[in-house]
Design a protein around this ligand. Structure first.
Ligand code: GDP
Length: 532
């Protein structure tokens, strides 16, 4: 199994950032993300027992100086970043909020990671939210390790689920941990990397050099469940590509681990795959040139701003992904957008249980910066240089609503409020080309609630939302400017402008969008747009 050998050999000379593995878990609600997160933290010793993440209450997984701020002001950010250490590496696990708190932040968090774990329910296969998040990963060719969860329950045949992943996502798949049976007939796993057959509780039952040995092992094959599983493994090996680190790192191949988060099956193997293969911090796209993590000067970008909903002031925390340098408490950083310098007196460091204090952070790490509105999503922070990080887009909204003022006198305040909050990244704001309605666009319903609550509280403007009959939006561009004009004229009722004045096409549903794409081959439709 030499082709599966670990990619990294740990040497004492590695720079601190090279030990960082910054990743997110993408999944559909109920696939097992929370359970797996707990398992990963437990496997690393960052928490004593599984069950602490779910509570999200007073049981903090990590201790830090910002806990107090958090408790005093009611900001719940503990689970936004979880850091743990394992086999000499520091893993930063960024939460991608799901369920009702699904928002543009969920997507944008994926612009701040170098790898992802995709959790799929063995019975359900690829579900809608997984697919959406996967597409965001694909924008940046983020390497993905797949965890097919719940092998302790009856589900689909492993070969079928691999086929589904390969065909739905147009991705090569290579199983690296194979299940022997499933549900009540679950007998254990084959770890194809280590060359071990494991019992359901993870004990090594047999070692091997080549799978062929297992196929010939009479004792193993005496059990029809195991025999059957080994035969399908043989088919999978014959029909699927071998693992290739470069293809994985380019985002074109996903190694697949079959396991159970609930039972802890294959969690160590998943962690090993991440540690061995997930990349160290990658160069960050930026203008004029990409930022290398080895550059000595500090740089980073804001991928999420979390406002405090509970108290009466405008405190918020900007989550900054560091791209280079060594960040220290008290440092001054320039916000390139505004040209202003910020003294960062109270940064929030996220760290594992093994380190009591952390006053430094490096590329790949996340730092929380409390501020009063001076930092927005997409902002670049530097030690004075004026380059700009790119690749932090806006995502086409999936929910569009007309904003209705209950008090028409407040039209001007409403404009200001929408503009401020759009800047911060709470929602996107559009103006229809016909009529002067404000439209807001979001990707999750909770974003609308947050928007209304904040406009009411911070600007004293009560608003409600109305359905406008559009479910999809796409920014439009064309090489031929006249063609774009013709498109706009012909579709005026379906067009709006974003904050920057760029046209966005609104469609009732995917069928209408597909029709417009077919009818207007000279127009390009985009689901994302670089923030400007
Ligand atoms: P999330 O919504 O993706 O965070 O999913 P959760 O981790 O909350 O899990 C959803 C449900 O699936 C819970 O009832 C879990 O106990 C259950 N679950 C998670 N992992 C497994 C597993 O490996 N096997 C089984 N049988 N159930 C699981």
């Amino acid at each position: 199994m030499t082709e599966l050998a670990p990619a990294t050999t740990k040497s004492a000379k590695t720079l601190p950032y090279q030990s960082r593995r910054t990743f997110a878990i993408i999944s559909h609600p109920d696939a097992g993300k929370t359970t797996l997160t707990e398992r990963l933290l437990a496997a690393s010793g960052a928490i004593q027992e599984a069950g602490q993440v779910r509570g999200r209450s007073n049981k903090r997984a990590t201790r830090s100086d910002w806990m107090e701020i958090e408790q005093k002001r009611g900001i719940s950010i503990t689970s936004s970043v979880m850091t743990f250490e394992h086999s000499g590496l520091t893993f930063n696990l960024l939460d991608t909020p799901g369920h009702s708190d699904f928002s543009e932040d969920t997507y944008r968090t994926l612009t701040a990671v170098d790898a992802a774990v995709m959790v799929i329910d063995l019975a359900k296969g690829i579900e809608s939210q997984t697919l959406k998040l996967f597409e965001v990963c694909r924008l940046r060719d983020i390497p993905i390790v797949t965890f097919v969860n719940k092998v302790d329950r009856e589900g689909q045949e492993p070969l079928d689920i691999l086929d589904e992943i390969a065909s739905t996502l147009a991705l090569d798949v290579t199983p690296i941990v194979w299940p022997l049976g499933q549900g009540v007939d679950f007998r254990g796993t084959v770890d194809l990397v280590a060359g071990e057959v494991l019992s359901p509780s993870g004990e090594v039952m047999r070692e091997f050099e080549d799978v062929d040995e297992l196929l010939l092992d009479e004792k193993l094959n005496a059990d029809p469940v195991i025999r059957n599983s080994l035969e399908t493994l043989d088919l999978a090996r014959a029909g699927l590509p071998e693992f290739d680190l470069e293809t994985f790192r380019a985002g074109h191949l996903t190694p697949v681990v079959f396991g159970s988060a609930l039972k802890g099956i294959s969690v160590p193997e998943l962690l090993a795959a991440l540690g061995d293969w997930a990349p160290e911090p990658r160069p960050q796209p930026a203008e004029p040139t990409p930022i290398l993590p080895s550059e000595p000067k500090v740089s980073g970008f804001v991928f999420k701003v979390q406002a405090n909903m509970d108290a009466n002031h405008r405190d918020r925390v900007a989550f900054v992904r560091l791209c280079s340098g060594t960040f220290r408490r008290g440092m001054k950083l320039r916000n390139v957008r505004t040209g202003k310098d910020l003294a960062i007196a109270n940064p929030m460091f996220f760290f594992g249980a093994t380190r009591e204090t952390a006053d430094e952070a490096v590329a790949g790490d996340i730092v929380g910066i409390p501020n009063h509105g001076s930092l927005s999503v997409g902002d670049t922070l530097t030690e004075g240089a004026s380059f700009k990080v790119t690749g932090i887009p806006n995502f086409a909204p999936e929910i569009l609503r007309r904003v209705r003022l209950t008090d028409p006198i407040k039209a001007k305040q409403l404009g200001k409020a929408l503009s401020d909050l759009a800047e911060e990244g709470v929602a996107q704001v559009f103006r229809r080309m016909v009529g002067a309605d404000w439209l807001v666009g979001v990707v999750g319903p909770l974003q609308l609630e947050v928007l209304a609550a904040r406009i009411a509280k911070e600007y004293n403007v009560p608003i409600t939302f109305e359905d406008v009959g559009f479910e999809m939006a796409r920014w439009v561009e064309a090489e031929d400017k006249d063609e774009l004009k013709r498109f706009i004229t012909a579709n005026k009722l379906e067009l709006a402008e974003d904050k920057a004045g760029d046209p966005i096409f609104l469609a009732q549903n995917s069928w209408w969008l597909a029709r417009a794409e077919r009818d207007w081959p000279g127009i390009r439709f985009f689901a994302t747009k670089e923030r400007n």
